[in-house]
Design a protein around this ligand. Structure first.
Ligand code: 6R9
Length: 672
């Protein structure tokens, strides 16, 4: 424990013997799959048996069955130089061919790949044949711009079909994309472009967000302009610009090129060349809570195998009939694996939506589900809690009867939100898969399988077939059922990160050093195993609090707070406290409907008592602050570090990664 900041450091991340957390997350509701669903499910229990018997053989089968290999592999896993893994190393494939051409060649060219919905209400349907054509033209353009195998291309685009085409065109050439979320500033863009040494930037004039055009190209201009005069070698040679926002943009002659001036005119003849399975596919920067962002590196064959396998089995996908929708932006790993690579490798039909959930009004997402007859819906707990706050009448005014599978990702989902998702969105009938994974893992690692697993609200449950996970103590030993500890991955997996771009030492230190003697990957998450051996994620270990020597999880207390009828959303931090080491401090957003009827009086005290009743006196917050908003990163994760600053009466730290940087001054004022 760092007594200065009250932040647990990595040398002190034991999650107790589990006695106090035994009481927590007591959740006894169980939802077995319906017999009809189970009888027709894509996945079956035999997948676990097969993987159990021979893990590598299982992944070899998946890679052979799911993908087209230009040159078949003979070797499955090479783990001779840990932590640097090679999967299917002597095989060759083309990732874009697997996502496009092969579906057209199999006679599915007329199947819709993208049901694109722009925020202003414009829409486009793009078939597999059309998307293949677009990608071939773009690949020819990129080749003319000097892009070849191994070159890095930065992509800074809104959620439009050209974004998907850009990623696939880069992949088709064996080059490496680095997608930078459109909400990032010129500074972030610049540091990422520099770190990757990108040769080309693909951007748009702007995209639609909350009823306005949010400009993109000006940030690229600024990022590249700043370099002039710094004496740093410019790596970017060209900027390819899609017209989407219609906003006016500056133009650098010789550097900038309009997409529409070159792509439609280019030849649609382009033969996909094979590349080695370990050819790099993309770099994706993770924001990280401190320090320089890490460029997480993923490669081709293993990544695509696990993305496709999990997308098919975790979502019970039937490509011929399902309409799938993942609400993540392609700027995040969820968008890479479950908007682009998994769904397209499976030949799925999916919705791609440009805007925000509340524009022009709060029911927009439900309108999209109704309009396209979405059957599989994959979103984040933060969005679900936002919808809970608005009230169930909004989704209930729409026809959501097409839905049959629901998924959650990004943070622990509290049982209350899980139940609301099930009842209000899924009409009490759709299986919910709570999927745990990370940018680093590339694809889903822990999840129920619909039709196979009896689900439990709030638990991510079991590793997917072929994945080996454990919960261990600081000593690396299995904690056993009923106990809490640290989540580790005990065996290499196909879609694992292959490193941090340009920094092999940081890769080793960050993920492998902690359990070096066991050879485990340290995920940075706390977890608990219940009596059935199911896994409950407890949040990042840096969010684990120590109050009077008791280990408490922010996620557990938040879950209790959100279970109160008045609470819409809650964030909990451990703040330094003279007597107890750390004290629990809660920040709570109230439900508008509750406020209209009761007002906020006395609620802070009521909520303290409530948590004490729900979990035990040790978990009772020292302070409960009623606030209007919580500080979130652009991917929707609550930045507890900033709340800790407020709770400890310090000046608020770096807010540059917040989606809305003004939010902290509002919170500080409310707390004062
Ligand atoms: C896919 C993604 C990774 C971190 C991870 C964990 C949290 C993600 C979760 C979850 C509990 C889930 N996380 N899914 N926690 N239950 N189902 O979100 O990747 O942005 O890299 O974040 O998110 O803490 O370590 P990424």
């Amino acid at each position: 424990m760092n007594s200065q900041t009250g932040t647990p450091d990595h040398a002190d991340t034991r999650v107790g013997g589990g006695s106090e957390i035994d009481h927590l997350l007591e959740e006894t509701r169980r939802f077995p799959p319906s017999p009809e669903f189970a009888a027709n499910a894509v996945a079956g229990a035999e997948l676990y048996e097969r993987a159990q018997r021979d893990r590598e053989g299982f992944w070899a089968d998946q890679a052979r069955e799911l993908l087209h290999w230009h040159k078949p592999f003979t070797q499955v896993l090479d783990w001779s130089m840990p932590p640097f893994a090679k999967w299917y190393a002597d095989g060759e494939l083309n990732v874009a061919y697997n996502c496009l051409d092969r579906h057209v060649e199999a006679g599915h060219g007329d199947r819709v790949a993208l049901l694109w919905e722009g925020e202003p209400g414009d829409d486009r349907r793009i078939t597999y044949a059309e998307l293949t054509d677009e990608v071939k033209r773009l690949a020819n353009v990129l080749t003319d711009l000097g892009i070849g195998p191994g070159d890095r291309v930065a992509i800074y685009l809104p959620m439009i079909p050209e974004t998907v085409a850009a990623m696939l065109a880069v992949a088709r050439l064996g080059a490496i994309h680095s997608v930078i979320f459109g909400g990032f500033s010129a500074d972030s863009l610049r540091s990422r472009i520099d770190d990757a040494g990108a040769k080309l930037v693909i951007t748009a004039d702007g995209g639609w967000r909350k009823g306005k055009v949010s400009p993109l190209k000006p940030a690229v201009d600024q990022a590249l302009g700043e370099r002039n005069g710094l004496g740093v070698q410019e790596t970017v040679e060209h900027v390819l610009v899609v017209r989407r926002g219609g906003n006016e943009v500056d133009w650098v002659e010789g550097r900038d090129i309009w997409y529409h001036d070159v792509v439609p005119q280019a030849s649609a003849e382009h033969e996909a060349q094979p590349f080695e399975a370990e050819n790099p596919l993309f770099i994706l920067y993770t924001s990280g809570t401190t320090g320089k962002p890490k460029g997480i590196l993923h490669t081709s064959g293993g990544y695509l195998t696990q993305a496709q396998f999990t997308h098919r089995n975790v979502f019970d996908l039937r490509p011929e009939s399902d309409v799938y929708w993942c609400t993540a932006d392609v700027g995040w790993i969820t968008g890479h694996s479950y908007v682009v690579y998994g769904p397209l490798a499976n030949g799925a039909t999916q919705v791609l939506y440009e805007g925000t959930p509340e524009f022009p009004e709060p029911g927009r997402w439900w309108d999209v589900i109704e309009k396209y007859g979405v059957t599989i819906f994959y979103t984040a707990p933060t969005a679900i809690r936002g919808f809970m706050k608005q009230g169930r009448q909004i989704p209930q005014a729409r026809d959501l009867s097409s839905l049959r599978v629901l998924g959650s990702v990004g943070e622990p989902i509290n049982p209350e939100a899980w139940m609301w998702f099930r009842e209000v969105v899924g009409a009490g009938a759709c299986p919910i898969v709570d999927t745990w994974w990370q940018t680093e893992t590339g694809a889903i690692m822990i999840s129920a399988l619909p039709g196979v697993t009896e689900t439990k609200p709030g638990s991510a449950q079991v590793p997917v077939p072929g994945v080996s996970i454990d919960v261990v103590g600081e000593d690396g030993q299995h904690v056993g059922s009923g106990n809490g500890g640290l989540l580790v991955i005990t065996e290499p997996w196909p879609s694992m990160l292959r490193g941090i771009w340009g920094d092999p030492e940081r890769f080793r230190e960050t993920y492998w050093e902690k359990f070096e003697s066991q050879g485990y990957y340290f995920a940075g998450d706390g977890a608990r195993l219940d009596e059935d051996g199911d896994i409950w994620l407890l949040g990042r270990v840096d969010d684990v609090m120590n109050v009077s020597g008791h280990r408490l999880s922010t996620a557990e207390i938040e879950s209790a707070l959100v279970a109160h009828e008045a609470t819409a959303e809650a964030a909990v931090v451990g703040a330094a406290d003279e007597t107890t080491g750390q004290a629990v401090v809660a920040f709570v957003i109230l439900k508008e409907s509750y406020l209209r009827q009761h007002g906020p009086e006395g609620l802070a005290q009521q909520l303290r008592t409530w948590v004490g009743e729900q979990i035990g006196p040790i978990a009772r917050p020292r302070d409960v602050y009623i606030v209007g908003e919580l500080p979130k990163t652009r991917s929707g994760k609550i930045m507890r570090r900033l709340l800790r600053d407020v709770a400890e009466g310090r000046e608020v730290g770096d807010t540059t990664t917040l989606a809305d940087t003004a939010v902290m001054s509002v919170i500080s004022a409310q707390v004062r």
